[in-house]
Design a protein around this ligand. Structure first.
Ligand code: PMP
Length: 358
């Protein structure tokens, strides 16, 4: 007998690299433009406000309900306060949601090719789960989620890393058909052209819609995520969160996230810029012999007709361009390329041309 017998042994999630120095970083789906200028302006305010006691705000515990932030979200999304939960990035929101809603002996269902944190959380909590294969075009077969006993369902829309998007009606059928379990729709990438399932929270008490400020609001470093749901779901989620750690979001991040949410014009403008660049990149990749399912996210999941994914990944890395590649069954030939600025994408296309013509 050793203390190691009592250790909760887990295989952790592997995040994309965060290389240092001058590189083109297209490997973790960060937004390429800065956050709203209101964020910088609020940062200066907070730094200068020593006189009227802003740093004394740091002396106190933060507002555990993040009231300012939740009020801002409530206003912009037209959703009542009671239907909103916030956490330290959507990873935190999702981890809390697994713990709260998937507490069952039955399998949690999610696709085989999806966000690779889901199986990590299920394993961490010792919840059984089943990964349901996508079809050969990386599409979800809706019937796999209908009339199947389960302990909960989680699906990203658009899916990651495939970028494949489904209309809300697709998810409505899954939510309707599973009244005895909670269905989580992970909308980390919904702002890049998709339609949110948010209206379902008024109609169904078993759906949780999760979003993040890390992608379309360019605040991955701030760590703020949001869940929308029926007030009963949100109450249960808060009960679990407050039984774990009440003060997860710190005072500055609550303040900065609030001003970012309220700057709707900047958000829409920069998202549209990204979508334009994505569409240009799709055309260029096709010209170079790449194929992909259409992407509605801020990344493209693609493979080349003749050169292996691993070879391209390594050759790009040599040129200080970082994209994401997984040595996993079914997706080993693919690269996930985040959409950067116009200039970064032009450099990517030039680098790919050199690699393919070498
Ligand atoms: N869901 C999906 C599908 C993601 O790709 C990510 C980003 N890695 C997240 C959730 C978590 O993002 P964050 O914690 O930064 O909100």
């Amino acid at each position: 007998m050793s203390w190691e017998d009592n250790v909760r042994k887990v295989v952790p999630y592997v995040a994309g690299e965060q290389p240092k120095g001058q590189v083109i970083k297209l490997n973790t789906n960060e937004f390429p433009y800065p956050p709203s200028p209101m964020v910088a302006s609020r940062m200066y305010d907070l730094a200068e406000a020593e006189i009227d006691g802003a740093t004394s705000m740091l002396r106190k515990y933060p507002d555990m309900d993040a009231t300012n932030l939740v009020n801002a979200i409530s206003k912009v999304y037209d959703v009542p306060f009671e239907n909103i939960f916030v956490g330290v990035g959507s990873d935190d929101v999702l981890a809390m949601s697994f713990l709260t809603f998937f507490n069952s002996d039955k399998d949690i269902l999610f696709p085989d090719i999806t966000y690779s944190f889901y199986d990590v959380w299920a394993s961490l909590y010792r919840f059984p789960y089943k990964q349901i294969p996508l079809n050969e075009n990386f599409k979800i077969n809706k019937n796999d989620y209908l009339d199947v006993p389960n302990g909960g369902i989680i699906i990203p829309n658009p899916n990651a890393p495939t970028g494949v998007y489904e209309d809300p009606s697709f998810f409505e059928d899954i939510v309707k058909n599973n009244p005895d379990s909670v269905v989580i729709i992970d909308e980390a990438y919904i702002d890049f052209g998709g339609t949110s399932c948010l209206p379902f929270i008024k109609k169904y008490d078993n759906v949780l819609v999760v979003q993040t400020l890390s992608k379309s609001r360019a605040l991955a470093g701030l760590r703020i995520g949001v869940a929308f749901g029926n007030e009963k779901l949100i109450k249960y989620l808060k009960d679990v969160k407050f039984s774990f750690n009440s003060y997860t979001m710190n005072y500055p991040s609550i303040e900065l996230a609030t001003v970012s949410i309220l700057d709707v014009d900047y958000w829409k403008k920069t998202v549209n810029m990204l979508i334009e660049t994505r569409e240009w990149t799709k055309k260029e990749l096709k010209r170079l012999g790449f194929s992909f399912e259409d992407s509605m996210s801020n990344f493209i999941f693609t493979k080349h007709e003749s050169v292996s994914g691993d070879d391209i990944f390594k050759a790009l890395r040599e040129k200080n361009i970082f994209v994401r590649h997984w040595n996993k069954p079914r997706i080993g030939e693919y690269l996930r390329i985040s959409i950067g600025t116009d200039d970064e994408m032009k450099k990517l296309i030039e680098a790919l041309e050199e690699i393919l013509n070498a």
